[in-house]
Design a protein around this ligand. Structure first.
Ligand SMILES: NC(=O)c1ccc[n+]([C@@H]2O[C@H](COP(=O)([O-])OP(=O)(O)OC[C@H]3O[C@@H](n4cnc5c(N)ncnc54)[C@H](O)[C@@H]3O)[C@@H](O)[C@H]2O)c1
Length: 420
């Protein structure tokens, strides 16, 4: 339904969305603090922001903080299947134009991105870099008005670094993903818990005793493996990077090539940021009943076209479960159409970790405006003082105190003279 520069599923869902946004806010004390300060200081006054993010309750709390800071904000979805329609309705109700409908097709997805770009944004907030790449490739007439941007996820940062390396990135972007207070918590504990949650909600399987194959032992893979083991699963890790594979071995997991793991796994979860990680030869080796899910950013980690062409029958058994029957009668079950399962079948990350990711987002956007014109068109790290500040505020909100260095220790840790 189209209204006030927005396209959402159903405005009548707004009240439910508002209540859920309020509930998430209880777990987002750092964003709440920033929102209060932004309300008083208005650091984003009149700044036009286009944000391409998963439309969830946590994103809504970030959006409200940016609006409170004076921003003129428009939102669109960063994935066709991750939108919470009640949240989209509530955002429109709060006066924030939103273009996102759960299950939208690719043409609608890009139309929504273009609607957000039509506002001529000065700042971009992206999750996966679809907004920024559309801006650079198809809407380059708008680039001159952009001050800067932020990027939320690993895959987006990889794409932007590649754009910068080709000399084609036209404005500065801060890689929020690479803040310690982001990836150590959001990617690890957030993706860990919510991926298990998404698969459980989609299938209602028992994890205890299952052989779970985790492809990719980055921060997301760390979290998924940790939580699956916690539920009693036997975890096998598949990697291509020697150091990470070694780390997985010493963390106590079995490590083997996917062609071997394919024969024994009950559940396969990808979190690599790579494509065709689970491919035709692997499908051919899998046991009857194997379950396939992806938690990486794009739906390319499992080779779905290959699975489609191997299958002689496909049917939807539950909301997010597609059964593929292969020529020899085996069944493979693909969850959430291979899209990030934690957002497709569950609610994405718990608010408490998004509190830190989105605190980084808000503070980096403020930093961009303060440093307008001073930054070069490249991918920047989150300033160290912002990263530390987010950790300090989070600890404070949790009621946890830590020790401080004494002056003597400070001196010792910055000098070379003292030895044995
Ligand atoms: N589901 C979510 O909510 C969510 C949250 C954060 C990040 N992500 C996405 O998850 C993906 C992983 O993120 P990360 O931060 O863990 O990345 P990362 O770069 O830290 O880890 C990815 C790992 O995958 C490994 N890998 C690459 N190709 C492989 C292959 N063919 N087989 C086995 N391993 C392979 C790499 O060696 C690396 O160790 C990215 O796409 C990221 O954008 C999703």
């Amino acid at each position: 339904m189209t209204l006030h520069n927005s396209e959402i599923k159903d405005p009548a869902l707004a009240e439910v969305g508002r209540q859920r946004i309020e509930w998430a806010s209880r777990e987002m004390p750092v964003v709440r603090l920033i929102r209060q300060r932004f309300g008083a200081e208005k650091p984003l006054k009149g700044v036009r922001i286009a944000a391409c993010l998963h439309i969830t309750t946590e994103t809504a709390n970030l959006a409200l903080a940016l609006k409170e800071g004076g921003a003129e904000l428009v939102l669109c979805a960063s994935n066709p299947l991750s939108t919470q329609d009640d949240v989209a309705a509530a955002l429109v109700d709060y006066g924030i134009p939103t273009n996102a409908i759960k299950g939208e097709d690719e043409a609608t997805y890009y139309r929504h991105i273009n609607t957000a770009l039509d506002t001529n944004p000065q700042l971009t907030v992206d999750d996966g870099a679809d907004l920024v790449t559309t801006l650079h490739s198809k809407r380059s007439d708008l680039l001159s008005g952009v001050i800067g941007g932020t990027e939320e996820t690993t895959t987006g940062v990889v794409r932007l670094r590649s754009l910068a390396k080709a000399g084609r990135l036209k404005y500065p972007i801060i890689a929020v993903n690479d803040a310690q207070t982001k990836y150590l918590f959001d990617n690890r504990y957030g993706t860990g818990q919510s991926t298990i949650d998404g698969i459980t909600r989609a299938t209602n399987i028992l994890w205890a005793g299952k052989k779970v194959v985790v492809c990719g032992y980055g921060w997301c893979g760390h979290g998924i493996a940790l939580r699956a083991r916690g539920l009693g699963a036997q975890v096998i890790v598949v990697e291509v990077a020697p150091v990470r594979a070694l780390e997985a071995v010493m963390d106590g997991y079995q490590v083997m090539p996917l062609r071997e793991a394919a024969k024994v796994g009950d559940i396969f979860i990808t979190a690599t940021g790579d494509k065709n990680v689970i491919d035709e030869a692997h499908f051919q080796a899998m046991k009857d009943g194997a379950i396939l899910a992806n938690s990486g950013h794009f739906n390319v980690e499992i080779n779905i076209p290959a699975l489609e062409s191997l299958a002689r029958r496909k049917r939807r058994l539950r909301g997010f479960v597609d059964e593929y029957t292969l020529a020899d009668g085996r069944h493979l079950y693909l969850l959430g159409e291979g899209r990030l399962i934690n957002l497709a079948a569950a609610e994405g990350h718990p608010a408490s970790v998004m509190d830190m990711s989105f605190a980084n987002q808000a503070l980096c956007l403020e930093y961009m405006v303060k440093n307008r014109g001073k930054l070069e068109p490249r991918v920047y790290s989150v300033p160290e003082e912002i990263d530390q500040e987010v950790a300090r505020l989070k600890l404070h909100a949790m009621g946890i105190e830590i020790d401080r260095l004494t002056p003597e220790q400070e001196e010792y840790l910055t000098s070379w003279e003292e030895g044995t």
